[in-house]
Ligand binder design. Sequence first.
Ligand SMILES: [Mn+2]
Length: 304
Amino acid sequence: LITAHINLEGDALGSELAMYLLLKSMGKKATIYNNDTTPSIYRFLPSVEVIKNTLRNQRFDVALILDCSDSSRTGKVKDYLSHADYLVNIDHHISNTFFADLNWVNPKASSASEMVYALCKHTEIMNKDIATCLYTGIFTDTGGFTYINTSSEVHRIMYHLLHYKISPKDIYTKIHSGCRLQDLKFIAEVIHSLRIDQRNRICWALIEHWPKKSDFDITEIIFSIMRLVKNAGVFVLIKKVSRNKVRVNFRSNGRVDVNKVAKFFGGGGHKSASGTSLEMNIAQAEKSVISFIRRYTNGRKKNR
Ligand SMILES: [Mn+2]
């Protein structure tokens, strides 16, 4: 059984499908089972049609949980994990809770896909389909090779994968040309409402109405525009979920550890990308989150 986190994106799907194809090449039977349906922008991925969103009562020898800091991140699949005799956790989140029987957690890896690549290297199994999946996962989790996790190892892997005649242009176009006009107008509204604290290098936005589920990853696009702001180092999106619930996403240019910030608020993730959910209204969330980041960054300055 192969699964990954809710709110599927490139690394979750890329690592799952590469793992599936690797196991098939080794003559193993494998099933991918996800909480969410696959966003249309990722339906170009090889073997994507094998992914299931429902399963009957079935037993598995092993469950491989990819790109999940915690088993609850698998959504409804969590209740199904007891159908497997042995759980393997393969992840790169620094906030991982070591929930499985075997925990392979490497926060230095750019992505779960990079970790699956290591398995392919070890087994000497690679082909165009696996390379396409791994490229997609690493590409998305490194923000197109622009985030702080873009290591020399990432480029070494890309060098190897490009030998398999994959097309970076096609993959980029598939992932980045799915924006609907209404999504773009929504993004424009958010950009229009950006708030900036120049002194503390914080840039954030409050979003009262997040659009109905779009296949396009609006969050990442907004962050990529926020990153253009001169001197900003921490980026925050505070989204209203319901009257007394907000979702907060954090990004950092690397100087501020936003895993620690998210952790303070009961969440987690990576040093440069994290998130949490809060039981409060959007104004309260803004006040407590932004003032915490101000205190946190000022504390860091003093300790330097
Ligand atoms: Mn990942």
